[in-house]
Ligand binder design. Structure first.
Ligand SMILES: Cc1ncc(COP(=O)(O)O)c(C=O)c1O
Length: 412
């Protein structure tokens, strides 16, 4: 692979291979990442990249889309089957534009909406003031409980009935527990507002039945395709038929121009993979691995937000262990272990220097690691964090990590 690139641009060629080497010789624990299959990778670097196809299958603003229409229709049909969706738009380029299109379809600028606070697990696009969502719409934020760090559905119901938003958003970026989507549906019915979820993180778990899937009974659901769903970097929007026209118009011509059809082809491949029985086994293992990693870290004395996990991600409150989230991220990186600093509920630091780190198991599970390996990974994390001022020890751990990873090379 990449032989022609080597002749044409040896600098980028070498950097691409260096990144592959980094991915294979370290422990990638960032829960929003995954490793795509060679088939998805192949589709990403393929001929549809050359095509302009503004519009939708059968209704394009450019000629020559006979084949492209079949590719896009397959992606739509497979996503419908995977999630039990009435309507799917496969054109959003990523999670943030998918959310932008969803708001544009359902709200007018200035309308009131509700989403979870960023510091308590929500995403920037769920109404944060520095993001378009918080600037264009009147977002009121709900939170988690201080004691339990969990959502309290009665409190959310009360707040929704008082605030009367036009849209209630659930689905998060850093919430380690299951979400009661049925309860969100009930609240929206009571309040008479749009019931929307962003399942970007748990999309793969929803598709394989490891988490309640809101798609069949929510108004609109967005998801990225590159996290637990293990597809290309991209997103889709799913909705009930009654919102189909508004969603499609919001994506094109409302927000985007020509769809990236090579990525749509790669999404179709990923959806086919996710429909196979192996994907359910993979998702089961993702959750099992996260539970073992969580309990091993607690055995080492780390405090986890909500004391554990129901899904693929874990939030570790590292400040309790005498280190900040950003320090922990950089110490772990020196040991070849990759995570991201993250705020924790009722944060006392800042988003740039928060109290936590966020880790997860989608990548390591794709590499074939199971419960026993999670115990080893937990001890690597613990050793590295305990060696924060010792560069020699950290580089020794990095070597040990590299040796350990040799049995789990996904891209040969
Ligand atoms: C819940 C959620 N929504 C949206 C996004 C944004 O996706 P993207 O980075 O593809 O724009 C993320 C990204 O992490 C996310 O976690």
């Amino acid at each position: 692979m990449f032989a022609n690139l080597k002749n044409f641009d040896s600098v980028i060629h070498d950097l691409i291979l260096a990144e592959k080497e980094r991915q294979m010789s370290g422990l990638e624990l960032i829960p929003s990442e995954n490793l795509v299959s060679p088939a998805v990778m192949e589709a990403l670097a393929s001929y549809p990249v050359n095509k302009y196809a503004e519009g939708y299958p059968g209704h394009r603003y450019y000629g020559g889309n006979e084949v492209i229409d079949q590719i896009e229709q397959l992606a739509i049909d497979r996503a419908k089957e995977l999630f039990g969706a009435e309507h799917v738009n496969v054109q959003p380029n990523s999670g943030s534009p998918a959310n932008m299109a969803m708001y544009q379809a359902l709200l007018k600028v200035g309308d009131k909406a509700m989403g979870l606070k960023l510091t308590e697990g929500g995403h920037l696009t769920h109404g944060h003031k520095v993001n378009f969502s918080g600037k264009l719409y009147n977002f009121v934020q709900y939170g988690v409980e201080k004691e339990t760090e969990l959502l309290d559905y009665d409190k959310i119901r009360k707040q929704v009935l008082e605030e009367k938003p036009k849209l209630l958003l659930s689905g998060y970026t850093a919430y380690p527990r299951s979400i009661d989507f049925k309860e969100f549906r009930n609240i929206c019915d009571e309040a008479g507002c749009f019931c929307v979820a962003d399942i970007s993180h748990i999309g793969g778990l929803c598709a394989s039945g490891l988490h309640e899937n809101p798609v069949p009974y929510f108004d609109v659901v967005t998801t990225t395709t590159h996290k637990t769903l293990r597809g290309p970097r991209s997103a889709i929007i799913m909705c009930k038929e009654e919102f189909a026209n508004k969603i499609d118009k919001a994506v094109f011509p409302g927000l985007q121009g020509g769809p990236h059809e090579h990525i749509i082809a790669a999404k179709a491949v990923a959806f086919k993979e996710a429909l196979e029985s192996d994907f359910k086994k993979y998702s089961e293992q993702v959750v099992k691995n996260a539970k073992v990693l969580a309990s091993e870290l607690m055995n080492f004395g780390y405090r986890l937000v909500t004391n554990g996990t129901d899904n693929h991600l874990i939030l570790v409150d590292v400040r309790k262990s005498g280190i900040s989230g950003s320090e922990a991220e950089s110490v772990l990186e020196k040991a070849g272990i990759y995570c991201n600093k993250n705020t924790i509920p009722y944060e006392t630091g800042s988003p740039w220097d928060p109290s936590g780190i966020r880790i997860g198991t989608p990548v390591l599970t794709t590499r074939g690691m199971k419960e026993n390996e999670m115990k080893i990974v937990a001890s690597f994390i613990n050793s590295a964090l305990n060696s924060k001022n010792d560069e020699t020890k950290l580089s020794k751990i990095k070597n040990d990590v590299k040796e350990f990873c040799k049995d789990y090379i996904f891209y040969k």
